[in-house]
Ligand binder design. Structure first.
Ligand code: CMP
Length: 140
């Protein structure tokens, strides 16, 4: 089925000037960008986004990293978009990411891991509405 997923190009990948290369991978895989914006997240916005990780030992570092520079937040649309995006990204830890995936090619550490992608239809819905109003999404 056609799905939507939330993608974030994280501060490390923005700093590497890799926005275009990463979006090109989504487009070449048949995913369409139906919403996009660049933002510098506040601690509150980043912490709320990752609220499910609040009790994890890496939470503070994660929020620190995600607020360290601008990010590009996008909604990707396509057949099986959630799984397709996760395949393109590779494993969360870049050291375990399969060759040719975004994290294998652009990421260094588990925190600075280049991209985020929704992990289920439920989180996709929550994450998309966390960043975008309906009037900011452009069906195409
Ligand atoms: P992301 O998909 O954005 O979701 C949560 C992020 O926490 C994850 O990518 C990693 O960048 C970061 N993180 C840091 N340490 C861990 C860990 N031990 N397990 C999972 N995620 C971690």
């Amino acid at each position: 089925a056609t799905e939507r997923t939330l993608s974030i190009i994280k501060p490390d990948a923005v700093a590497k000037n890799a926005i275009g290369e990463i979006i090109a991978r989504f487009e070449k895989a048949g995913l369409k960008v139906v919403a996009a914006k660049m933002m510098h997240l506040s601690e509150e916005k980043a912490g709320g986004f990752y609220a499910e990780h609040k009790e994890r030992p890496f939470f503070k570092d994660l929020v620190g990293f995600m607020t360290s520079g601008p990010v590009v937040v996008q909604v990707l649309e396509g057949e099986g978009a959630i799984a397709k995006n996760r395949e393109l990204m590779g494993a969360t830890n870049p050291k375990e990411a399969a060759p040719g995936t975004i994290r294998a090619d652009f990421a260094e550490t588990i925190d600075a891991n280049a991209v985020h992608g929704s992990d289920s239809p439920e989180s996709a819905e929550r994450e998309i509405s966390y960043f975008f109003g309906n009037d900011e999404i452009c069906p195409r």
